[in-house]
Design a binder for this molecule. Structure first.
Ligand SMILES: [Zn+2]
Length: 492
């Protein structure tokens, strides 16, 4: 998500299809009550007779991230999501089948998927019906036979309902958001599980196929590349493939009557840009600036990590944009810094993803720094000047406390992921590092970081270790002062 040197996230403008926060909660509670009555104990007993016995244990209900203990799950690794979605914009009704290909990482007697709302109709594992229960946001699946460690398996979930957006005081509205002619989906940090069953944590990246059926005349855009379109009986099905591993929060759909422009960057990356009809005047600028930004970023950060790029300007104005993989979603008319920011996330966040949410500065500090570097190399202030401006602000400055005293850049807190600290102080951390190790080592570090962890996950500790290795300097003090104190660093 973007921000600049101005207040983050003004209150979201009202827009169509917004649900009261309480509605989603109520639905969730109702879903839990209405869950099919397959008693887990009975299912386990039956299953034990078929080889679930000793040595086969349930996968953990959470992925182990202290910020979001229930997000993600243990015991398996998803390889691919194949999501067949039938969506009616007029009623907001969704009927879907998710086919998830995974590999067991332990001898599994049962496992969880994350699914926050919607009604599950059936679950199959390797083509055979499986017992399931709903427990809060967990969809608990008990296959007929235990799954051996290392074995591949496929879980198919048929589900339906009317997806609701998520409301959080620190972020606003995200998840499945209706528009006058359709809907779009932006899920950071934990909204993916409101529209498909998933291992909803960036640690478990996977590839995606979307097959989205909508009324004829409506279009569907998504991550990755188009895989064809068919129309029959008044309905059109659009296929999109994201072939690079992707964190679930970056999964995206834009459904509506879009105007699409295709092209290529100078470096040869295919570009697909789309705007809602009431934003037609923004198409040319977004398309051209996307090309400029990606060409420049390839020079600074290394080869573009995915098979295509672009951007989507939705038809409603909301308070934020999101770096959805290969093709950001813009919730307001994006200026150049916003486009540079969201596209820099393709390297920092999308290709190199956090392993734990506390490391969010690896996304937002770097994307903020990308804005400063763009300015520096395009006739604006240097990154050092931007750093100096922020550093010299007096205690009376509006953001003084928020930036310097409230939280740690490297561990801001689950409800403070998108506050100024990971963004600005994160960017300042990189400038402080650049000042210490020099331009040559610093820019080599950026390119090495994106190359080493391409399509993977990484941690702050790994970044510090790499910075020390490339610079031949001991940097503990610098990173401690900038990332792990709640005071304004005085020396580093
Ligand atoms: Zn961002």
């Amino acid at each position: 998500m973007p921000t600049r040197i101005r207040p983050v996230r003004p209150a979201a403008a009202g827009h169509a299809g917004r649900a009261a926060g309480g509605a989603a909660t109520a639905l969730l509670a109702a879903a839990a009550l209405l869950a099919p009555a397959a008693a887990p104990a009975a299912a386990d007993t039956r299953a034990a007779a078929r080889g679930h016995g000793p040595g086969f244990t349930p996968g953990a209900p959470g992925g182990g991230d202290p910020y979001f203990p229930e997000e993600g799950n243990g015991g398996y690794d998803v390889r691919h999501y194949d999501l067949a979605l039938d969506y009616d914009p007029a009623s907001n009704a969704l009927a879907a089948t998710a086919r998830i290909t995974a590999r067991a990482t332990q001898n599994l007697s049962r496992f969880d998927l994350d699914l926050k709302q919607l009604t599950v109709k059936s679950v199959q594992v390797d083509g055979r019906s499986a017992a399931f229960t709903r427990k809060g946001q967990e969809l608990v699946v008990t296959p007929r036979k235990g799954l051996r460690k290392g074995a591949g398996f496929t879980v198919t979930v048929a589900y339906a309902g009317t997806p609701k957006p998520v409301e959080r005081p620190d972020i606003g509205t995200f998840g499945w958001i209706r528009t006058p002619d359709g809907a779009y989906v932006v899920c950071e940090p934990d909204g993916a599980s409101t529209w498909f069953p998933s291992n909803d944590h960036p640690q478990d990246k996977a590839t995606y196929t979307y097959r989205v059926t909508v009324p004829e005349g409506t279009q569907v855009l998504s991550n990755g590349e188009p895989g064809g379109q068919t129309t029959r009986g008044g309905k059109s099905t659009f296929v999109w493939n994201e072939r690079s591993p992707m964190a679930s929060y970056l999964a995206m759909l834009a459904i509506g009557k879009y105007t699409v422009q295709k092209g290529r960057t100078q470096g040869g990356v295919p570009v697909i840009t789309a705007v809602a009809p009431n934003r037609a005047s923004e198409l040319k600028t977004i398309h051209e600036k996307t090309i400029q930004a990606v060409d420049w970023e390839e020079k600074v950060f290394g080869r573009y990590p995915f098979a295509s790029t672009g951007g989507i300007r939705v038809g409603v104005d909301v308070a934020f944009s999101l770096e959805t993989q290969s093709r950001p979603i813009y919730g307001y008319e994006p200026d150049t810094p916003t486009i540079v920011h969201e596209l820099s996330h393709q390297w920092f966040g999308d290709s190199v993803s956090v392993r734990r949410w506390k490391d969010i500065w690896l996304n937002e500090g770097f994307a903020t720094y990308a804005e400063w570097l763009w300015d520096e190399q395009h006739g604006g202030p240097t990154a050092q000047a931007t750093f100096d401006d922020l550093y010299k602000q007096p205690e009376s400055w509006t953001y003084y406390k928020e930036l310097w005293l409230n939280r740690k850049t490297g561990d801001p807190g689950a409800n403070e992921l998108f506050t100024l600290t990971p963004y600005w102080r994160g960017g300042m951390t990189l400038q402080a590092l650049r000042g210490r190790i020099g331009d040559k080592a610093f820019f080599a570090l950026l390119k090495t970081w994106t190359r080493l962890h391409r399509n993977g996950n990484a941690t702050t500790e790994q970044f510090i270790a790499l910075a020390e290795k490339i610079s031949h300097k001991q940097l503990d003090g610098l990173f401690h002062a900038w990332l792990y104190t709640k005071t304004k660093p005085k020396s580093w």
